[in-house]
Design a protein around this ligand. Structure first.
Ligand code: DGJ
Length: 799
């Protein structure tokens, strides 16, 4: 619901209120973004009124007055806004939008340079509009609402001194308590205006000592959670120059009270529907106020806005919860699932895949791919993905990017024949591409060296031996669209993995004049989004998976086109625990690619049980990435069992409500709360560890649940020389007899069966079976070594 009367502006959902007002001076004063200022009953009441009744308007006015700060201390060396409004000290106000130069000395949302060289900018309110539905952005990906429940508020500001206008756009999504903000700048003057910064949102909060939770890392180490409290000065999370949303800093962040955690406290999750360099900053005056801003990274960015032109910013998403990070994540997940991801795959269960990368790398033939596919099919796997190495002379990572035609030595009958054969096996077929890149050793580069990003006449840096294509240029975009259309229609292709394996350097486009080179990075993304839009619209049934050397470009901009993104090139299950937990704060499981890979793991050489690799990858878009042809029958049997289990619970894993639990655990609860799966892991096993209990979140307190665990396979070998405590004769560890017993003895882990109420499970928890302690082992002893996991299944018992 949106209420606006030109003086008071209220964006309202069932649980959240966002309130600001217009001051006499024309500035907009932010008053509140947080828990609802009305009860849920009153909210229902207000929603049923076409226009608010007078009594409710009066009530809202009074509430606003009661909440707005009453004392502006404009003493000392602060500037008053003008003679007319000598009591207005911008520095001390909570502002909806802050520009540079009129006395607000905090982090601005807008910085412009006008034709006379002035950077003093003064946008004041002149009008507003409330609309039903959600307006599309013209140049950028945007959120949508296909149920038409969203409402939009447009606030119109103008800087009359220089003939520029700024629209602030707000959209309310009542189903997930989310609000989005963006801005559009218009130049109505006769001369060009230089945009130095135009952020998407700015939020003033009348408190200091807030916490910025942000997610950082590097290649194969994405989404490491970092908490920084800002008592004064500034805390920044940004992608400064990589040119992609990034593993270094993800655009998703949380601003919260310092003590907030998964279950308690006020917090706001912010994300940006954008894939380029971004900037999130939490600053504070050290006394009473904080400001958070988010948007396109201003460093390295400029934009010349000519007469009659406009510039739109990416949309920023805001999700408030007073129930801690879990509450915020649930809203954010729902927002991403229903208002970002679109197309035929949005609500569809994602197929279980086998990917050829860690199975074969570049070294494969059609024959070896088909053998892998046949083994995968026997295990119940549904989709075969041929990764890098199928085109040009691509036998290593030094050449051929750009040459999107089959390598006939590897695929004599081309993509078509392979795709047909895979289809005949009974699987879907998918292919890998990296359309944004070129190698110097490629026909494409030899024909169009100027299409590669480099500063002409100067040496350039490479990443993974490759160069970025200049997607700011229409002819390069056209080439990418055309080349990919040919690939995607070269056979029965059901899935595409779209990779991007280097960050940017030597930014320059020969298509831009010198004074516009600061536009390069943003224009790159406008070009990329055009390619992605055209290709996803031309191939609506293909399931696209984004990738950037793992999760180096994991953001809502990509997810507007591709429903899922490969989470990390680190497939080590224990590392993945942290990485996937990082994603879970802002992104639903249905967007994160997660695979079971071989052990010793190819990135860490760690050995982790097949069961743990499965249970950890299950909380995502699940697949395998290992050479099944080299595996023994017993392991393949285990994999078949995993696949069967995953198919039974896939919908819950991919689309259920996800809550983080302590000690790296989680629980996923179905929307109707009749089913749930909880995950537990032993990070550091200790004996005498019996008091393990999973306290659930999100179960229906009125329901009764049957609880079982997924029984894990064990091996006699797992007990080492302890086998001698069970055998009449001495068995040499690792000797022939040990191996024979191992082969024929069928040992399973414990089976736990319980029945309890949702209330008891949520308030006390499920006590887990006693753990292994060397002695006293029975079939019900829970054996969880370091790195072992368990899945517990909750099903409603109909009494
Ligand atoms: C990086 C990706 O993240 C990997 O999964 C794989 O596709 C390689 N690129 C292929 O070059």
């Amino acid at each position: 619901m949106i209420y606006a009367d030109g003086k008071i502006f209220l964006l309202q959902t069932r649980k959240v209120s966002y309130l600001f007002r217009k001051l006499e001076s024309g500035h907009l004063e932010h008053i509140h973004f947080g828990g609802s200022i009305f009860s849920e009953e009153k909210y229902e009441d207000l929603c049923s009124e076409i226009d608010l009744e007078d009594a409710d308007k009066e009530l809202l006015e009074k509430i606003t007055l009661s909440m707005a700060p009453k004392h502006f201390n404009g003493g000392g060396n602060m500037n008053s806004y003008s003679d007319e409004f000598s009591g207005t000290f911008l520095e001390m106000l909570g502002l909806e939008m802050s520009s540079f130069g009129k006395g607000d000395i905090r982090e601005p949302m807008v910085e412009l340079v006008y034709p006379d060289g002035s950077s003093t900018v003064d946008f004041l309110f002149y009008d507003y509009e409330v609309r039903k539905g959600k307006r599309a952005l013209e140049t950028l990906p945007y959120s949508y609402d296909d149920l038409d429940r969203a409402q939009k508020l447009v606030i119109k500001l103008a800087d009359k001194e220089y003939n520029t206008r700024l629209d602030l756009l707000y959209t309310v999504f009542p189903d997930c308590d989310c609000i989005t903000r963006s801005a559009v700048l218009y130049n109505d003057s006769d001369q060009p205006v230089k945009v130095e910064r135009l952020l998407s949102a700015s939020l003033d909060i009348p408190e200091t000592g807030l916490k910025l939770t942000s997610f950082h890392g590097r290649w194969a180490y994405e989404m490491g959670r970092t908490d920084s409290v800002c008592r004064g000065g500034k805390v920044v999370s940004e992608e400064l120059a990589a040119g992609e949303s990034g593993s270094r800093s993800n655009p998703f962040v949380i601003v919260s009270e310092e003590t907030a955690d998964d279950t308690h406290g006020r917090c706001i999750g912010f994300n940006l529907i954008y894939s380029g360099n971004h900037y999130e900053a939490l600053s504070s005056n050290g006394a009473s106020m904080s400001r958070f801003v988010t948007g396109i990274q201003p460093a390295g960015f400029t934009w010349t806005l000519n007469k009659g032109e406009s510039f739109e910013t990416p949309e920023a998403v805001m999700a408030f919860s007073d129930k801690g990070f879990n509450g915020m994540s649930r809203n954010m997940h729902q927002f991403v699932r229903k208002h970002i991801v679109r197309g035929s795959w949005r609500d569809k269960e994602r197929p279980i895949l086998i990917n050829s990368w860690e199975a074969n790398y570049f070294n494969f033939t059609q024959g070896s791919l088909l053998s892998l596919a046949r083994e995968a099919k026997k295990c119940g796997i549904e989709l075969f993905v041929m990764d890098d190495g199928w085109f040009g002379n691509r036998n290593d990572d030094k050449r051929s990017l750009g040459d999107w035609y089959e390598n006939k030595k590897k695929l004599p009958g081309g993509v078509k024949e392979l795709a047909d054969k895979i289809t005949d096996i009974g699987m879907l077929f998918g292919i890998w591409v990296e359309p944004e890149m070129v190698n110097e050793d490629s026909d494409l580069y030899r024909a169009h060296p100027d299409w590669a990003v480099q500063v002409p006449g100067h040496p350039h840096s490479k990443g993974r031996n490759q160069m970025n294509l200049d997607l700011t240029r229409t002819e390069v975009q056209d080439y990418v669209i055309d080349a990919m259309k040919k690939v995607f229609s070269s056979g029965k292709i059901s899935y595409v993995k779209w990779d991007m394996n280097r960050i940017f350097s030597d930014r320059f486009s020969t298509g831009l004049p010198a004074e516009r080179q600061g536009e390069f990075q943003h224009r790159y993304y406008l070009g990329l989004y055009r390619c992605m839009k055209e290709l996803t619209e031309s191939f609506p049934d293909i399931l696209f998976e984004g990738c950037s050397a793992g999760g180096n470009r994991f953001d809502l901009g990509i997810l507007c086109y591709f429903p899922q993104i490969w989470g990390s090139d680190d497939t080590d299950a224990i590392c993945r625990l942290d990485i996937q937990r990082g994603y879970s704060y802002g992104y639903p499981a249905s967007t994160v690619g997660a695979h079971v890979s071989a052990c010793p793991n190819h990135q860490t050489l760690n050995d982790i049980s097949l069961e743990s690799r499965f249970a950890i990858a299950a909380a995502g878009c699940f697949g395998y990435e290992l050479n099944l042809c080299d595996m023994g029958d017993s392991e393949k049997k285990v994999i078949s069992g995993q696949v069967e289990f995953y198919k039974t619970w896939r919908h819950l894993f991919q689309f259920g409500d996800y809550y983080r639990l302590p000690e790296d655990g989680y629980i996923i609860v179905s929307r109707d709360k009749t089913k749930a799966i909880a995950f537990a892991v032993e990070r550091y096993a200790r004996p005498n560890n019996d008091y393990k209990c999973i306290r659930t979140v999100g179960l229906d307190e009125n329901k009764i649940y049957n609880v079982t665990n997924r029984v894990v396979p064990l091996r006699i070998m797992d007990f080492g020389s302890l086998v001698n405590t069970m055998t009449p004769m001495h068995v040499k560890q690792d000797g022939i007899i040990h191996h024979i017993i191992d082969k024929f003895a069928n040992v399973n882990g414990e089976e736990q069966k319980d029945l309890s109420t949702g209330a008891a499970l949520n308030r006390h928890g499920l006590s887990l079976n006693g753990s292994f302690a060397g002695t006293g082992y029975t079939g019900n002893t829970r054996i969880m070594r370091t790195g072992d996991t368990r899945l517990y299944i909750f099903c409603e018992e109909k009494m």
